[in-house]
Design a protein. Structure first.
Length: 205
């Protein structure tokens, strides 16, 4: 897949949702994944049922409030967004027909524009969810100090924030376990990225 195809299929879809992609601008040493945080790591959260009035509007407002309070944005409202490699969508990643072709997502630097709709158009783009009002994503501050993720369940949506995931004992233990796992069920690219990041930390906790 070439740069033009990714721009057409991914970047333009995100821009319609108010997210400007800044290619090749992820800070060096960024934590590759956040896995297995505990309740003690969560610093803020909200959830809404699918049947509430003005769902997308309320999701957008509460996401923005949580993003600001958790420190997700820098002064230019830039942050990291985890996107699938190539043009593979979040919707495809949830499809069991594609499970054998799973590839780990990568961080991409984005800027929140003045006009945005993360939970509506963003989710409908298939890169921030499965459809409007059914979002699913992972975001992180440029300095790694805040992590915000969203998941959809059977009856509603849950969004939460984790402060300094790179200092969480549970997160680090889970990453170390994945890096050591040599079973055929662990994606090697995924494990290698984690191992490289852990090695770069030099054992710091």
């Amino acid at each position: 897949m070439g740069i033009q195809e990714r721009d057409r299929k991914v970047y333009r879809a995100l821009r319609r949702a108010g997210l400007q992609v800044l290619p090749n601008a992820v800070p060096a040493g960024t934590m590759p994944y956040v896995v297995g945080y505990g309740e003690e790591d969560v610093t803020g959260s909200f959830s809404h049922r699918y049947d509430i009035p003005r769902l997308v509007e309320r999701l957008n407002a509460d996401w923005y409030d949580l993003a600001v309070s958790s420190g997700l944005f820098d002064r230019r409202r830039e942050f990291l967004l985890q996107l699938p490699q190539g043009t593979r969508s979040h919707r495809a990643a949830l499809d069991p027909m594609h499970s054998g072709n799973w590839a780990p997502a990568l961080w991409t630097r984005v800027r929140l524009l003045d006009r945005w709709d993360v939970m509506g158009r963003g989710a409908a783009s298939a890169f921030l969810g499965v459809r409007s009002g059914h979002p699913g994503f992972a975001m992180m501050a440029l300095d790694g100090s805040a992590y915000v993720c969203c998941s959809t369940g059977e009856i509603g949506i849950c969004v939460l924030a984790v402060r300094h995931p790179d200092r969480s004992e549970k997160v680090l233990r889970n990453l170390e376990r994945i890096a050591r796992d040599d079973s055929p069920y662990v994606n090697r690219e995924y494990a290698q990225r984690i191992a490289a990041w852990l090695a770069g930390r030099g054992g710091r906790r």
